[in-house]
Ligand binder design. Structure first.
Ligand code: URA
Length: 493
């Protein structure tokens, strides 16, 4: 048996795994030991694994390190052994080791999914508390107890959204510190930071509870879904946690109906009525996306879903509108269509984190499925109308100006109609644009089938998925400046 010692990080595991792989050490002969489980007891002793040989580095698919890194965040006793087994098998030509139909592959994929879900939980359920200005930085602190080691992958989300305000996120094992420009991680988490985050008071708690109580949507109450989307283990650290059981029992006692709480649905938001020459007053354009009332879709939605990604990115993907899960998460492409997109991106050799993802329409438009008497009424996607796509175009325009992509991928007809500013998807045929990128000013537009269409397409799904992958590959090549496209093809009226 070889004791493979490393410091518990993925980078150090990778270095050691490569060494063992090149030395031909089989997975069943390796005992992975980190500093935490006694590895440091051996510090200073020679490794028991054979010295590196000069064999060439084995060839592995480009996406594998990313998959392994993601799975390495999943806490399980055998996490490093599983990774080495998968690496070994793939390096020896057995690529089924990463597929869900394989024994190792299914564990790997389940862990990756669990890690993503846990990162999503952090984005959704972390609550910052503001500290008094005289206390100095960090201005905001939060305590969170993730089930897996996701802090490093999940904390960037907050840096992108909270601007230059300084903050600390402390967890039992690690801390993330943002000073307004730089994000640092400390693993383990120093005791004083743990204490700081755990003991912070929340001066805005009352206001938040009043807001939460008034926007709680009894129509959507389904205890099982609520608890699977918002696991009970997070409730104790959420200011609204104690309120939830009470709101649930009120909902069961008769408030459940197919609409948002009336007090919310009828609210005027911050719209300002401007007197105009005509008899009807018109609305002032909303000044922030979160308060957008430029069309009526907001009334049924939980929130506006902004784009996500680096401030500037070479490639922007534009979808139609958020779906049910995106509406709850406040993030684009996290539901089933997002899973298809993730697979297509991986197949096309693109990293999601390097791209900017957004939608032509920012609120979720839906119609009820199941009546008010059904146990859990659900929301069925409804297609936005031309006027709604047009009303939302300025938000997309703002993102295009800010992100300055070289290539924009229109996922489906709504996105294309918005980019072309025709606002009439019904007059477009995706087939006219397939494989024919075109220039719009400085940028390329590539047209692709929408990932949700892949899901709906039945037997045609595989062909549509291949088209989606081909379009994404084309976008990658265009962003790298490798190929050229043509003038605007097939615009039909
Ligand atoms: N999710 C999104 O964010 N956009 C879509 O177009 C579909 C699902």
């Amino acid at each position: 048996m070889h004791d493979a010692r490393f410091d518990g990080s993925f980078a150090d595991w990778r270095r050691e795994a490569r060494r063992l792989l090149r030395a031909g050490v089989e997975p069943q002969a390796v005992n992975w030991r980190t500093d935490d489980d006694g590895g440091q007891l051996f510090a200073g002793l020679a490794p028991t694994a054979p010295a590196p040989v000069s064999a060439p580095a084995p060839r592995i698919p480009r996406e594998l390190p990313e998959l392994l890194e993601s799975a390495s965040r999943y806490r399980a006793d055998d996490r490093w052994a599983l990774l080495y087994r998968v690496l070994w098998r793939v390096a020896h030509g057995d690529r089924t080791a990463i597929l869900a139909g394989d024994g190792d592959g299914s564990v790997l994929q389940r862990r990756i999914k669990g890690v993503r879900r846990e990162a999503h939980h952090m984005h959704a359920f972390l609550r910052f508390r503001q500290r008094p200005a005289e206390a100095g930085p960090p201005a905001f602190v939060a305590w969170h107890e993730p089930a897996h080691d996701i802090l490093e992958m999940a904390a960037g989300h907050f840096a992108e959204r909270l601007g230059r305000s300084s903050w600390l996120i402390a967890t039992p094992d690690a801390a993330a510190l943002w000073d307004g420009t730089l994000l640092r991680f400390l693993r383990p988490c120093p005791a004083e930071l743990r204490e700081l985050a755990r003991s912070a008071e929340d001066p805005g708690a009352e206001l938040w509870l009043a807001y939460y109580g008034s926007t709680f949507n009894p129509a959507r109450l389904n205890r099982d879904v609520l608890e699977s989307n918002m696991p009970v283990r997070f409730w104790k650290h959420l200011p609204e946690g104690p309120l939830i059981p009470q709101l649930m029992s009120q909902a069961r006692a008769g408030q459940q109906r197919l609409a948002q709480a009336a007090s919310v649905g009828e609210r005027q938001g911050k719209e300002v009525l401007i007197a105009s020459d005509k008899a009807q007053p018109r609305r002032a354009p909303s000044t922030s996306l979160g308060e957008c009332r430029d069309c009526d879709i907001w009334r049924g939605a939980t929130c506006a879903v902004p784009g996500e990604g680096p401030e500037q990115a070479p490639i922007m993907l534009v979808g139609e509108q958020p779906g049910d899960q995106e509406d709850l998460a406040g993030r684009p492409f996290v539901g089933p269509a997002g899973q298809v997109l993730n697979r297509a991106l991986a197949r096309a050799g693109l990293r999601r984190e390097a791209l900017y993802l957004t939608n032509a329409v920012k609120h979720f438009k839906w119609t009820p499925r199941g009546g008010p008497n059904s146990r859990a009424a659900t929301r069925k996607h409804a297609t936005p109308k031309p006027g709604e796509i047009e009303a939302c175009r300025r938000w997309l325009g703002g993102e295009l100006a800010q992100v300055a992509p070289e290539v924009v991928v229109a996922l489906g007809k709504t996105a294309l109609a918005s980019l072309l500013e025709t606002f009439e998807p019904q007059h477009l045929r995706l087939a006219d644009f397939a494989g024919a990128p075109f220039r719009q000013g400085e940028r390329w537009i590539v047209v692709a089938p929408h990932p949700a269409a892949v899901l709906r397409a039945g037997e045609e799904g595989e062909r549509l998925f291949a088209e989606l992958v081909a379009a994404l590959e084309q976008a990658r090549r265009l962003a790298a400046g490798a190929v050229s496209g043509s003038a605007v093809p097939g615009l039909r009226r």
